[in-house]
Design a protein around this ligand. Structure first.
Ligand SMILES: [Zn+2]
Length: 267
């Protein structure tokens, strides 16, 4: 099985498949796409846009705003229900396709922030106009976004939040893998830890997503400063359940290459 990476280092990307390069992360800064890499876009996570357009920030129960100031969030979540954020997301996909010269793009943060989000005025008005519950509206909105992104990028990968409990992706995040499967070529599930000192929980999640995800499925592990033997072991556990293992943010190329060699021997 091939090892994939998420990397900021151009010289790492050509060695691994798939190789993802973040053209836009949650900070909102754009980095031009690189050859040999799949551009990855944080679509509805954007600290810069939330500052420029506070009216786009997702709103939860009791008016709680989905920003870093809240207890729940590490970045600011903007609401996919606005036409402007929806169109901006599609423009980023188009720009990534144009710059990379390939038709593959990974969608990150195509999601509502968590349960109860978003209840902004736009979400309420649009769901009522459509005669849908808020939950049904959210799911439909993200299906529509991914479908339109697929018209621009022929090959889509998409990140899922690592919550495989039945119904949680739909109810908490407005994400329905079964309804997205037609447009998504591979789902990527980040299962991060800083040590991977134990892996039983990783195995539980890995197997649960194998049952849940229709089609191709990658597990993404966190790599930076994780001890090499522990990371290798986590990769070995993960690869038994998925179609590919991805290591994110490791900055040491020989470590990644040694792990890849050991995984190849196992498979
Ligand atoms: Zn909203």
């Amino acid at each position: 099985m091939a090892l994939g990476v998420v990397s900021r280092f151009a010289d790492h990307l050509q060695h691994f498949t798939p190789a993802y390069y973040e053209v836009k992360g949650v900070t909102g800064v754009w980095h031009n796409a690189l050859p040999y890499a799949i551009p990855m876009i944080s679509v509805f996570g954007d600290n810069r846009l939330s500052k420029a357009h506070p009216e786009w920030v997702q709103i939860g129960p009791d008016g709680e705003r989905a920003t870093r100031a809240s207890r729940y969030f590490d970045w600011d979540a903007i609401c996919p229900s606005h036409d402007a954020t929806f169109d901006q997301g599609l423009n980023w996909v188009a720009e990534a396709v144009r710059q990379s010269g390939s038709g593959t793009v990974r969608l990150d943060d195509v999601t509502y922030a968590r349960e109860g989000f978003c209840q902004c005025q736009t979400c309420q008005t649009k769901s009522q106009d459509a005669g849908m519950t808020l939950n049904a509206f959210r799911i439909q909105r993200l299906v529509d976004f991914v479908r339109q992104a697929h018209l621009i990028a022929p090959h889509l990968h998409m990140t899922l939040f690592p919550d495989p409990f039945p119904g949680h992706l739909q109810r908490r995040f407005g994400v329905d893998p079964d309804r997205l499967a037609h447009d998504v070529e591979a789902f990527v599930v980040p299962i991060y830890d800083l040590h991977y000192a134990t892996t039983y929980w990783l195995e539980i999640l890995a197997e649960a997503f194998l049952e849940l995800i229709p089609g191709r499925y990658y597990i993404e592990l966190y790599g930076l400063q994780v001890p090499e033997e522990a990371l290798l072991h986590a990769c070995q556990v993960a690869q038994a359940y998925c179609d590919g293992v991805i290591v994110a943010y490791e900055n040491h190329l020989p470590k990644l290459q040694r792990i890849e060699e050991r995984l190849a021997l196992d498979s």
